[in-house]
Design a protein around this ligand. Structure first.
Ligand SMILES: Nc1ncnc2c1ncn2[C@@H]1O[C@H](COP(=O)(O)OP(=O)(O)OP(=O)(O)O)[C@@H](O)[C@H]1O
Length: 395
């Protein structure tokens, strides 16, 4: 597979989006967005429900045409050179289009052929992606038997089997349990060591776990674009504060005392551990507030267990850039995932290859996968005529 550097690439960027627009009838889903992504970057495309993430990704992967503007992926225009783009892009759609009755190995071989992997390299590529995505144990299993986490791994495997330069992942961890989320994130980080990745999420923690950079989209417009550090700094400047933790339970007296301290403009309880209470203080004059805190006051002051600068939260970043608004008032639910959570054990049963093969066909896919199946068929038609045909789906 060629890389962008040997292709028709016209610049150093992996993705260049300029004034991209999309209308669904009268509704403007993308209002002229622009951004670019360099080779090797892992970019989180963050936004609430209905922000325009999937629409953007479908355009970047040639599943949908834009209403205006342009997008280049790996040096090729998505509109004019869609065949070239498809060769160089790997896509994990929101609903992974898997042939449920196929065996994992056969499915990957089928996709490898569709994506133009030379016959002599297919087994090697299947082995490589199986190792990378941790599919080794389930290669002989029927896809319908797989857990959601393993289905997602198969989805990732099919997205990278043809060694694309650019990988587009649409909400890759949605619907997974916390352990599966950690595992998929690890796979994404591993893939991202060599490839350019853009992935969408509405889970704020996701971006800190995986990304170099965040692009925030809201109501079809890019509202922020920068490294996590840059965005955090902007929030810290916009919402400066201190965090204090006292021994004992929260009381109205303590709250009132904190609210009245010099420099304090707001007080918010932020939970705490048993036997202590924690508050976030908004203050424009941290030095003055810090002195007042340390001076204490008879009657309300208790043992100060902790005093530190308030870290900007991702929620605050989002609030700052979107005004906290989401289409339909949907909240940005964050799913905190403990890095120490135990990892999921691999599926214990390892079926043998050679089970009844299932022919890959559009009928084997569910309705929501139809457009992807259609595109795969187009891929198949566009396959290099010189590549040797091979029967697919043999066990
Ligand atoms: N085929 C369509 N016809 C009409 N409107 C559409 C269509 N697809 C998407 N939309 C609308 O376009 C807007 C952007 O949708 P999109 O799926 O791109 O958002 P998203 O950011 O991916 O949201 P989510 O996080 O919920 O997947 C939404 O208001 C959506 O309702």
């Amino acid at each position: 597979m060629e890389t962008s550097s040997t292709s028709g690439a016209t610049g150093a960027e992996s993705i260049v989006v300029e004034n991209l627009q999309k209308r669904y009838g009268d509704f403007e889903a993308l209002s002229g967005i622009s951004f670019s992504i360099k080779p090797g970057e892992i970019v989180g495309f963050l936004g609430p429900n209905g922000a325009g993430k999937t629409t953007t990704m479908k355009i970047l992967t040639c599943f949908m045409s834009a209403s205006g503007g342009s997008a280049r992926v790996a040096g090729f225009d998505v509109q004019k050179d869609s065949t070239e783009v498809r060769r160089r892009v790997g896509y994990l759609p929101e609903n992974v289009p898997l042939y449920d009755e196929m065996i994992v190995f056969d499915y990957l071989r089928f996709v490898a052929e569709l994506r133009g992997v030379a016959k002599g390299r297919r087994e090697e590529r299947i082995r490589a992606v199986a190792e990378l995505t941790g599919l080794g144990q389930v290669m002989g299993r029927t896809i319908s038997e797989l857990s959601k986490g393993y289905r997602q791994r198969v989805g990732l495997a099919q997205a990278i089997i043809h060694e694309p330069d650019v990988i587009v992942l649409d909400e890759p961890t949605t619907g997974l349990d916390p352990n599966q989320i950690i595992e998929i994130r690890d796979v994404i980080k591993t893939i991202g060591k060599e490839k350019t990745i853009i992935f969408s999420t509405h889970i704020l923690q996701e971006v800190t776990a995986v990304c170099d950079r965040i692009i925030i989209i809201n109501r079809g417009q890019i509202v922020a674009d920068g490294s996590l550090h840059e965005l955090e700094e902007r929030v810290a400047n916009a919402e400066p504060g201190l965090v204090v933790r006292y021994e004992g339970e929260a009381t109205d007296a303590l709250y009132a005392w904190l609210a009245g301290l010099a420099g304090v403009e707001g007080v918010a309880p932020v939970g705490g551990r048993p036997g202590s209470c924690t508050y976030r203080l908004k203050t424009l004059d941290k030095a003055t507030t810090r002195r007042a805190l340390l001076a204490g006051e008879p009657g309300v002051a208790r043992e100060l267990l902790e005093l530190r600068e308030a870290e900007p939260t991702l929620e605050a970043i989002f609030r700052l850039y979107t005004g906290g608004e989401t289409e339909e008032g949907a909240s940005l639910l964050s799913v905190p995932v403990s890095a120490s959570a135990a990892s999921v054990k691999g599926d214990e049963v390892v079926a043998q290859r050679g089970e009844a093969p299932v022919e890959a066909s559009a009928e084997n896919l569910n309705a929501s996968d139809a457009e992807v199946a259609e595109s795969m068929a187009e891929d198949a038609a566009a396959m290099d005529e010189t590549s040797e045909p091979e029967e697919v789906s043999r066990g």
